[in-house]
Design a protein around this ligand. Structure first.
Ligand code: ATP
Ligand code: MG
Length: 440
């Protein structure tokens, strides 16, 4: 079967740019056949591109017979040259009367997932056929919002004198402890995929002061939950001459800024996701609860006992999310549950200057004030049963005038899940990686 070539056809407009001022003008559109209908003497093709759709109208006698006989199928890739015409009943009040249609690529007769918007296929089947799936209205809305959120984070932080850094994702040793790392073969050596930018961003604080990075991080956890992935996308921030309180303030202001921004620029997308009344600008300051207050609340209100120092269970978080559905901080975590680089309080060494930012039941961010004194950091490593020698290259950087600093890591995929009202984190990522998914 022969297919048309593009030849000298070039898109003159996106669907969104076909406005009433163009009535009577010739345009060339390119995209995919979202739907088509044959009413005998009248045929409609709904062409979608990355922004929206337009109706192509083929009327017998108006278009050439050859053109009228053109066959299309769902999601075929086509280009259309035609005249813009006013037609009240068409979507957007405009239709295109074609003079030429190029069929650039076809699809199988039966698509693996429904693309007409009538039914939603099962998530795993959708992920198996991800490019097709991503063309749905809902997915286009999710990823336009995701793109805007990332843009908005940059805008906010750059405006606040942060410098964007890029740190290596291939690292030499299992640095932080805690999370499992993915080993890789680096020529003749073993290396690892980075679990976070933690140590590098701290180092760079002693140069660029306030820094941020937006990058992937790799977590070799066999978690089968709707909030865990093996490859995540995170925002790391680190501030020099600052402590936890400064980071809390930065984060709540940033979240407020981002939500204002997407409501301004992506309200149509929030509407597609039915989130226009749910993703609303939160009031600041966000409430701050101490870890102790939270475990007491969990005990008295839900009768779930958490010993001091223990993690809060998923069940307890779920219940907490019912009574605290908004954004809030849990501060002052036990020293035993936090990594070596988090600073304990001077007067209460069993507690650290650390926090999680929650949205309801879901943890979005962890952070805190860091240890900036080298001797103390070595002591903290030993207390955590880690060997200072394996941190030698990191510790050396603390000899060169490391300022006091504090920061946080925010899971962008989880944040998108919240903003878009998604049930499963895999929906917030174009190509999710989980313990049982490595393709596409
Ligand atoms: P959790 O306890 O929920 O597994 P964590 O405390 O191990 O998360 P951190 O190391 O604090 O995670 O990472 C910072 C942020 O990155 C988290 O608050 C979360 O938003 C995100 N994050 C961490 N691990 C994952 C993961 N496996 N999948 C998706 N997001 C993650
Ligand atoms: Mg955490």
């Amino acid at each position: 079967m022969s297919m048309d070539e593009m030849e000298d056809f070039r898109k003159t407009h996106y669907t969104k740019d076909i406005i009433p001022e163009l009535i009577g003008k010739e345009v060339i559109l390119g995209g995919w056949v979202q739907n088509y209908r044959d009413l005998g003497g009248l045929k409609f093709i709904i062409l979608q591109d990355k922004f929206a759709e337009r109706q192509i109208t083929l009327k017998k006698g108006v278009v050439s017979n050859d053109l009228f006989d053109v066959k299309v199928g769902y999601q075929w890739n086509i280009m259309v040259k035609g005249i813009v015409k006013e037609f009240k009943k068409a979507p957007g009040g405009i239709e295109i009367i074609p003079s030429q249609i190029k069929i650039l690529n076809k699809t199988p007769q039966k698509l693996p997932i429904d693309m007409t918007g009538e039914t939603v296929s099962e998530l795993d089947i959708r992920l198996d056929n991800r490019v097709l799936d991503l063309r749905s209205k809902k997915n286009q809305a999710i990823f336009r919002i995701r793109s805007e959120v990332i843009n908005s984070i940059r805008e906010f932080l750059l405006k606040n004198n942060f410098t964007e850094i890029t740190t290596p994702k291939i690292i030499a040793s299992a640095t932080e402890g805690g999370t499992e790392l993915f080993p890789i073969i680096y020529f003749e050596e073993e290396a690892f995929l980075s679990q976070s930018a933690q140590l590098y961003k701290e180092q760079l604080c002693s140069v660029f002061e306030n820094v941020f990075e937006i990058s992937p991080a790799f977590r070799a956890e066999k978690s089968h939950t709707k909030r865990h992935l093996c490859e995540i996308f995170t925002l790391d921030v680190e501030m020099a001459f600052a402590n936890m309180q400064d980071v809390l303030k930065l984060l709540e202001e940033m979240i407020q800024f981002i939500i204002k921004d997407i409501r301004e620029k992506r309200l149509d997308d929030l509407k597609i996701l039915n989130m226009e009344n749910k993703t609303i600008v939160p009031k600041i300051p966000f409430p701050r609860y101490t870890y102790k207050e939270i475990i007491e609340k969990i005990s008295t209100e839900f009768n779930i006992n958490v010993e001091f120092g223990e993690d809060i269970s998923t069940e307890a978080y779920r219940k907490l999310g019912e009574v605290l559905p908004g954004y809030y901080f849990i501060i002052d975590w036990p020293t035993s549950s936090k990594p070596f680089y988090i600073i304990p309080y001077k007067d209460k060494p069993e507690l650290t200057e650390s926090f999680d930012l929650q949205k309801g039941y879901l943890e979005l961010t962890s952070g805190g004030t860091r240890v900036h004194n080298k001797e103390y950091l070595e002591k903290r490593l030993e207390e955590k049963d880690l060997n200072p020698i394996s941190f030698e290259s990191h510790l050396r950087m603390f000899d060169f005038g490391m300022p006091p600093h504090a920061g946080a890591g925010l899971g962008i995929d989880r944040f998108i899940t919240v903003l878009c009202g998604l049930d499963d984190i895999r929906e917030a990522v174009m190509y999710p990686r989980t313990p049982d998914r490595l393709t596409p």
